[in-house]
Design a protein around this ligand. Structure first.
Ligand code: GLN
Length: 197
């Protein structure tokens, strides 16, 4: 619906574009009618209504965040209640050992080194329409989490989709499949945003 697109265009979704798979997220978000902004330096965070932290390599991403002085601005954004989606390395960035805004400890490359990547289908609590098709690439899982953290999906008994307040963290890559339900689920939290049909 054209009205949804117009309403959607008021919100800006930032995508951390220091390293990793930010362009694939951008494509899905554009399909859903979102206006996006690549975030590389703190000033890029000004005026955004939501933020995506993509997958990639968490060590390189951590160094980039430090180099650009993005750590404190990102923590402030999270504490302000702005919706944040972290996928794979982006989930690791949010954990206790990194930005410290999500009360979880992510275990890197948790599915074993031999398991470079795999696909799986499972239900994610709150996402309608049945099991989602997912892709895991050298994926982490959640090894520990605090009481505020809601587990939305598990694989082999390990949380791979969690939510705490306005933060959604996924161990897999929703931007690399034909699924857009997880991006929709995320965008539904963004004030004033109506996902394009
Ligand atoms: N294994 C990567 C890391 O630890 C994350 C993989 C990914 O984002 N696809 O940084």
């Amino acid at each position: 619906m054209s009205t949804s697109r117009l309403e959607g265009s008021r919100s800006i979704v930032g995508i951390l574009a220091i390293q990793g798979g930010f362009e694939a997220h951008e494509r899905v978000l554009h399909r859903l009618g979102a206006v996006t902004r690549q975030v590389r330096v703190p000033v890029d965070l000004e005026g955004i209504d939501a933020l995506v932290l993509p997958g990639g390599e968490s060590t390189v991403m951590t160094l980039g965040i430090e180099r650009e002085g993005l750590g404190d601005p990102l923590r402030r954004l999270a504490h302000s209640g702005t919706p944040i989606l972290g996928t794979c390395a982006g989930m690791i960035m949010l954990d206790r050992a990194h930005l410290g805004v999500l009360d979880v400890l992510a275990k890197r490359n948790a599915f074993g080194r031999q398991l470079h990547s795999f696909e799986a289908e499972f239900e994610v609590a709150g996402v309608p329409g049945g099991p989602v098709h997912t892709v895991f690439i050298r994926a982490p899982w959640i090894a520990e989490h605090g009481p505020e953290v809601e587990v939305l999906a598990e694989v082999d008994g390990h949380p791979v989709a969690v939510r705490q307040g306005a933060i959604l963290a996924l161990a897999f890559h929703p931007e690399l499949t034909a699924e857009d339900r997880l991006h929709r689920f995320f965008l539904e939290q963004v004030a004033g945003f109506r996902v394009a049909e």
